[in-house]
Design a protein around this ligand. Structure first.
Ligand code: KG4
Ligand code: ZN
Length: 359
């Protein structure tokens, strides 16, 4: 532990405009404030994030978020040691809004500027919340991300597997859409599944027959669509019980895939702890199955509070603190990067998700 550091973090890579102040000192890390302005209502009529609308909303709101974060922490710019900002990966217009805001503040105040990889923000969060020691395994599962990362240092990430197509949250959202449930789909599918029978529809567990930790959710979503169509063809529509059984079957398949791949990831890389992040980690069945995989392997299971699992700026400020301590600094030449894999050695993923390019 070196000097006490107080950083402003700025996040705008997808559909949340966020600013936060984090302080790290002898007593550990403390989130002094964390402001998140979501854009769910803005994009709802379009069934997905519209990049141009997102970028405009970020640039309109970002300085307000920074002001609010400073006010809530009771601090001014002169109390900060540096400014950390998400420099990618993400929707480029949004990332640019954050980077330009951070550059402006840095130029005006002379404070050091630190570009942060958004995925590093997620991956380092258990160190902010639980002071988790390296190395550990991170399962990042959200609407835009799906990967296992072996985290061995603030800049040492190895991607040991991930989805080769849809992210699981994206699949939950699409399933909700085809069953006429509201968005975001994950919570709606989980609630509907509560009354359902997960065994009625025989849905696949994709890629379990293939070695390694890669996953696929696109075929599962198509299988669910076929099961739905078969019921409609037979009965002319879906009853509440049909919907509940379809949701329960889908959720069970996702949970089984994530649990089995986690078991393999831990077998290949035996570490003391598994941490999860991303909105899908809020699902109780998925959480319970991951927890029992960890318990069986005597691995600690860590799930940061949901507000820190989903997109936020406290994780960016924290990743900035880790980079700052390691001597990382950027200047006004910092670029916004739509793609920025954490693990430069892993092959690029195919395609682009609902929430933008996959890293
Ligand atoms: O991390 P997040 O807030 O945003 C990003 O994708 O970056 O994750 C949102 C995703 C959505 O796709 C949502 O449907 C999913 O997480 N989600 C869930 C649950 N709550 C949110 N999926 C399954 N079960 C849930 N309870
Ligand atoms: Zn994210």
């Amino acid at each position: 532990m070196g000097q006490t550091l107080t950083l402003l973090g700025i996040e705008s890579s997808c559909d949340d405009t966020a600013a936060a102040i984090v302080r790290d000192g002898p007593d550990g890390a403390q989130i002094l404030s964390s402001v998140v302005e979501g854009q769910t209502a803005l994009h709802a009529p379009f069934g997905g994030v519209v990049p141009e609308l997102a970028a405009r909303a970020h640039s309109e709101r970002i300085d307000h978020c920074v002001e609010q974060a400073l006010a809530a922490a009771g601090l001014g710019l002169s109390d900060l040691d540096a400014i950390a900002v998400t420099a990618g990966p993400g929707l480029i217009g949004g990332v640019l809004s954050g980077v330009m805001c951070a550059k402006g503040l840095s130029a005006a105040t002379g404070l050091p500027l630190i570009g942060v990889n958004h995925l590093a923000g997620h991956a380092l969060t258990p160190r902010l919340t639980d002071a988790l020691a390296y190395p550990y395994l991170m399962l990042l599962v959200s609407g835009g991300h799906c990967q296992f990362l072996l985290v061995e240092g603030a800049d040492q990430f190895t991607r040991i597997g991930g989805s080769i197509d849809d992210a699981p949250g994206e699949a939950f959202d699409k399933v909700a859409k085809v069953l006429g449930l509201p968005q975001p789909g994950g919570p709606a599918v989980e609630a509907t599944a509560r009354a359902g029978d997960p065994t009625r529809f025989a849905l696949p567990r994709p890629l379990l027959d293939r070695a390694g930790c890669d996953m696929s959710f696109s075929g599962l979503k198509t299988a669910l669509l076929r099961a739905r169509d078969a019921v409609i063809a037979e009965k002319g529509g879906l009853t509440l019980a049909d919907r509940a059984d379809l949701c329960a079957g889908f959720q069970a398949a996702v949970a089984d895939v994530l649990a089995e791949k986690t078991r393999r990831a831990l077998a290949e890389h035996p570490v003391a702890a598994l941490a999860v992040a991303g909105g899908v980690a809020a699902n109780s069945l998925i959480r319970a199955q991951l927890q029992s995989v960890c318990a069986a392997g005597q691995t600690a299971f860590l799930a940061p509070p949901l507000a820190l699992c989903t997109d936020n700026a406290a994780m960016i400020a924290w990743a900035g603190i880790e980079r700052y301590r390691a001597g990382g600094r950027d200047d006004l030449t910092l670029s916004a990067r739509p793609r920025w894999p954490l693990d430069q050695t892993s092959p690029a993923l195919i395609g682009s998700g609902k929430k933008g390019a996959k890293a």
